[in-house]
Design a protein around this ligand. Structure first.
Ligand code: DP6
Length: 330
């Protein structure tokens, strides 16, 4: 007997970032985080468990996964097989609608979609909170933030049961645009999950941790008040602080490419010269996010195009979380 299901999950952008873990086994982050689900960048995943399969296979964007990539997915599927008490082998086909491994959180959307599809396939009926907890354990902790809709907080819980993401504002609360500039589609050299493990070697890590509870409250307050300028300044400073930790941990992690630095400087110059009020963010990769009010979206896209260094532009707005779909990939 075989069991098949498909899920579609969004990527998410963290205003307040997850970096470092207080529990490596349970994937409990060193601090809470705040994010928004993005409607323009998605992973679609079909999972089938069947007695007919003799091995586990995972196809990502048309290529069979091997090594670390395959092991990461199979480990997570083993968790779900244990919960469902089945031993059947699995076939997974998964497609990202946006570049993989360049700092745009494909593992967040990927592991959220995998968790939801695999649970549905085996008939596990989990609540949004339970799915978020399970997605967190996948090794891409931020996958827990790709389950809920709109603007979410991943709580700084001290146990597995209290470390999950929940929506605090719906997707249509505020007309914001998150324009992604792909600087290069070259995948990162160090996965985030490896970087988290040595975050605490930065001499600034504990200072950052101590500032987090206040910063999270502030971010939620600014979102609720729709204070764009204060939110933008906070989001950009937070991204730079994340990179300060990464640059000062051992071994140092340098995810920027020359184009990333040019775009950071250009964005600041645009604001200084009153051309457009855009703020940037970036994660573990060279590709970047620019936040503007939606009325400025078209202008920003044209300004990014004119820089001559952006390979692809992806427009996002606050979006829905993970959902099941009847459009199976096989
Ligand atoms: C810098 O280990 O959750 O993006 O990069 O998707 O594998 P992947 O994720 P994860 O680390 C995310 C780190 C971050 C910040 C963030 O999104 O909170």
């Amino acid at each position: 007997m075989s069991k098949k299901a498909t899920a579609v999950a969004p990527s998410n952008l963290a205003f307040i970032k997850y970096w470092g873990r207080k529990d490596e086994e349970l994937f409990l982050p060193a601090n809470g985080s705040v994010s928004v689900a993005l409607d323009g960048m998605k992973t679609t995943t079909t999972v089938e468990f069947s007695d007919d399969f003799t091995t586990d296979s995972v196809t990502l964007n048309g290529l069979l996964l091997e090594g670390f990539g395959l092991a990461r997915v199979v480990k997570h599927l083993d968790r779900i097989r244990d919960l469902a008490q089945i031993g059947q082998k699995v076939r997974v086909v998964t497609n990202n609608s946006f570049p993989t491994g360049t700092g745009l959180s494909t593992s967040a959307s990927g592991f959220a979609a995998l968790t939801m599809a695999a649970c549905a396939a085996v008939g596990l009926e989990l609540s949004s909170k339970e799915l978020s907890i399970l997605a967190r354990k996948s090794s891409s902790g931020s996958a827990c933030r790709s389950i809920p809709d709109g603007f979410s907080e991943w709580y700084d819980g001290d146990s597995s049961e209290t470390s999950y993401a929940e929506s605090f504002l719906p997707a249509d609360y505020w007309d914001l645009s998150f324009v992604v500039a792909v600087v290069s589609d070259k995948p990162k050299h160090v996965p985030s999950t490896v970087g988290h493990a040595s975050a605490q070697t930065s001499p600034f890590f504990e200072t950052r941790r101590s500032l987090m509870p206040g910063r999270i409250e502030k971010t939620k307050e600014l979102l609720k008040k729709k204070d764009f300028t204060a939110l933008g300044e906070l989001v950009e400073a937070e991204a730079l602080e994340l990179h300060t930790i990464m640059l000062t941990q051992k071994p140092a992690l340098i995810y920027w490419s020359p184009g990333t630095v040019v775009l950071m400087q250009t964005c600041q110059k645009w604001r200084e010269e009153g051309e457009i009020e855009a703020y940037f963010s970036l994660n573990t990769g060279q590709d970047m996010y620019f936040m503007v009010r939606s009325k400025d979206e078209a202008k920003l896209v044209s300004m990014l195009e004119q820089t001559g260094i952006v390979k692809e532009i992806i427009i996002n707005h606050p979006g829905k979380g993970a959902v099941l779909s009847d459009d199976h990939l096989f």
